[in-house]
Design a protein around this ligand. Structure first.
Ligand code: 13P
Length: 291
């Protein structure tokens, strides 16, 4: 079980109509909290790092810790590189031991996006069991170094989506359907459910081939999350929510304990708060007991 790429676990999730939580982490406490909660809930798990934390913490160090945690966990766990715009750095992380790589060439024209995605896909497949995620259309907001203004955010064209997955041979696919990174400015962001349904039908209508990814999980209402899962979203990305928990809990703890100088206690408070948040997401995505 344990160390797996994303494709296998997401095929199962797509067929059984639940989603695997793909949680962005920026430090070891978050990584341990995410793994421990998924183990408690017997839920498959995708740990994600965007490029900045993976460089800051070192991709080889992260992959080694991931291997140590995943090898002793009775659930499948994938380590995913999120939104990498640099083909060479995708390869570096594949070499380091990440088991799923996202090449995000979605700001390029279609032909160049296909070329870069295929290059990363070919490299990862030649290395063994590493799956690759590609994106078409762009998700607005900020994720790490990738910043996209809302008016630039083009939604994914369904016919191009089919062309993209066929020509790249990509393993999992993220279509832009109106979700955004970060906190939504409105309680009811405009999402294109019909587009999601159409893309799912074109790609997976004759049998599940390429699992679909939903970016921008933070701030979506529970009924919207459930609807996106029912329409075939089987990898659900959550980042900002966890960053807020980390910062708010740290700030809250330190403010209330100004006379204490024990960093371990801050870590424990953060870990517990992250675990509660992950529990919420696993329940909402329906992945509890699916490992
Ligand atoms: P949020 O920060 O909105 O949760 O988005 C996460 C994401 O899609 C990472 O790729």
């Amino acid at each position: 079980m344990s160390l797996v790429n994303a494709k296998e676990m997401l095929l199962k999730a797509t067929e059984e109509k639940y989603a695997v939580g793909a949680f962005n982490i920026t430090n070891l406490i978050q990584m341990e909290a995410v793994v421990e909660t998924a183990v408690n809930k017997k839920a498959p798990l995708i740990i994600q790092t965007s490029v900045a934390p993976s460089k800051f913490l070192r991709s080889d160090v992260l992959a080694t810790i991931y291997r140590t945690l995943a090898e002793s966990a009775p659930i499948p766990i994938c380590l995913h590189l999120d939104h990498c715009t640099d083909v060479d750095y995708c390869k570096t992380c594949a070499d380091a031991g990440y088991t799923n790589i996202m090449i995000d060439a979605s700001k390029q024209v279609l032909e160049e996006n296909i070329r870069q995605t295929k290059e990363v896909r070919d490299y990862c497949h030649s290395k063994g069991d590493i799956s690759v995620e590609g994106e078409l259309g762009t998700v607005s907001g900020v994720e790490d170094q990738v910043k996209v203004a809302e008016d630039e955010a083009a939604l994914c064209d369904p016919e191009q989506a089919l062309q993209f997955v066929e020509e790249t041979g990509v393993d999992i696919f993220a279509p832009a359907i109106g979700t955004a990174h970060g906190v939504y400015k409105t309680k009811n962001p405009k999402l294109d459910f019909d587009r999601m349904e159409k893309i799912y039908g074109l790609i997976n209508g004759q049998g599940v081939r390429i699992p679909l990814v939903v970016h921008g999980g933070t701030g979506l209402q529970p009924d919207v999350v459930r609807k996106l899962v029912s329409l075939g979203g089987s990898k659900f990305n959550v980042s900002t929510d966890l960053k807020h928990v980390l910062i708010d809990t740290t700030y809250g703890y330190v403010s209330e304990h100004r006379d204490e100088f024990n960093p371990g206690k801050i870590d424990i408070a953060v870990k517990e708060a992250i675990m509660a948040k992950i529990e919420y997401w696993i329940g909402l995505l329906g992945s509890e007991g699916k490992a």
